[in-house]
Design a protein around this ligand. Structure first.
Ligand SMILES: Cc1ncc(COP(=O)(O)O)c(C=O)c1O
Length: 344
């Protein structure tokens, strides 16, 4: 294997060494297996290929200051996957099985875990899909659960820099009472085209509003939204956003840092009141926003309004403090008072 340049990693699929697998058939899960074969044989009638019966998770492993490897809050990902699996009618791996497979994946791919001191981590991607060959519209009775990983750097190419987002009023992310709060693959497919358009216009992110009325902020395509005003961390209360583990952690950190936390509907116009705003998630950690534009039609030039938080590229004090604290916990630089890091 070539030496990995830990400093220049982005967020990309990467061929590592080992996949950790489990198959569900006849009402039970198989033994956990490991393979170095990255090819996947599947019946072309498999439900995942036609009806998108698939869901996934994302979590990270880090090398801490003392050289030990940890996973960040894997039980939270296990319970979120189980919730999504129930929604799709897929069999859910137990929390023990989920965590065991993640630990095995880290151990079997240890050379892809960045040493301490780099702005890089190992991203784990647990994937659950229905593989039963089936034409009927009914939950599959066969499934595969696989955990894979990739060495990753900052999602948007840099860590502490601000980015821009656009609210595309002619696109919605999730239907009211739909799949928005579940990590189903199909939620993401629908964002690819608007992302492509937004990126071509120089925006880094898409920020979606609640589909029913377009009055309130839901979330970014890749992460939850938060805003900062008067020493308060404000994040949307909506049943259409993914319950982000990073957001949950940042809310606790904000309280620990003496800030207030509000989880409530956020009207779009309130963007004008925020001193700082950003996205948060496992992949992005924190994406501070310099500004957010509202566009009636993403494809067209007209901008209805612009909300500015920071000069281009600059990051505010609250985002900086939150980012530094969560990454210091992950890297074992400060005490993990909430026991979020699980030793590998
Ligand atoms: C749509 C969406 N919202 C929020 C998040 C953040 O969730 P978490 O912090 O658990 O990674 C993600 C994933 O990173 C996401 O894809």
């Amino acid at each position: 294997m070539n030496q990995i340049d830990w400093g220049s990693l982005g967020f990309a699929a990467y061929k590592t060494r080992t996949l950790v697998l489990c198959r569900y058939k006849d009402g039970q899960w198989s033994e956990i297996t490991q393979t170095e074969d990255f090819s996947f044989v599947m019946n072309p009638f498999a439900g995942v290929l036609h009806y998108a019966v698939s869901c996934f998770e994302g979590l990270k492993a880090f090398t801490q200051k003392d050289g030990k490897a940890v996973l960040f809050r894997p039980e939270e990902n296990a319970s979120r996957l189980a919730r999504t699996a129930r929604y799709l009618g897929l069999p859910a791996p137990s929390s023990e099985m989920f965590v065991e497979m993640c630990l095995r994946c880290v151990n079997a791919n240890r050379e892809f875990l960045a040493p301490y001191g780099h702005d890089a981590a190992m991203y784990l991607r647990p994937l659950l899909m229905g593989t039963e060959p089936k034409l009927q519209l009914a939950p599959p009775s066969e499934a595969v659960f696989v955990v894979m990983c990739a060495p990753v750097g900052p999602y948007h190419g840099a860590s502490m820099k601000s980015f821009s987002a656009v609210i595309p009023l002619n696109y919605d992310r999730a239907a009211p009472k739909g799949s928005g709060s579940y990590k189903v693959g199909a939620n993401y497919a629908a964002t690819f085209r608007p992302y492509q358009i937004a990126h071509s216009q120089g925006y880094n992110e898409l920020l979606y509003l609640n589909s029913a009325t377009h009055e309130f902020i839901d979330e970014f395509g890749s992460s939850n939204f938060f805003g900062i005003r008067a020493n308060t961390y404000v994040t949307p209360l909506s049943d259409s956003v993914l319950p982000s583990i990073t957001n949950k952690s940042l809310q606790q950190i904000a309280l620990d840092l003496g800030m207030k936390v509000e989880k409530r509907p956020i009207p779009v116009e309130e963007l004008a009141e925020f001193e700082e705003a950003g996205g948060c998630g496992t992949a992005v950690v924190i994406t501070p926003m310099s500004h957010i534009d509202v566009k009636p039609v993403l494809e067209e030039a007209a901008v209805q309004s612009t909300y500015r938080f920071m000069p281009e590229g600059q990051v505010g004090p609250a985002c900086t403090k939150l980012y530094k604290t969560i990454t210091a916990i992950q890297k074992g630089e400060i005490e993990d008072i909430h026991s979020w890091c699980l030793k590998v």
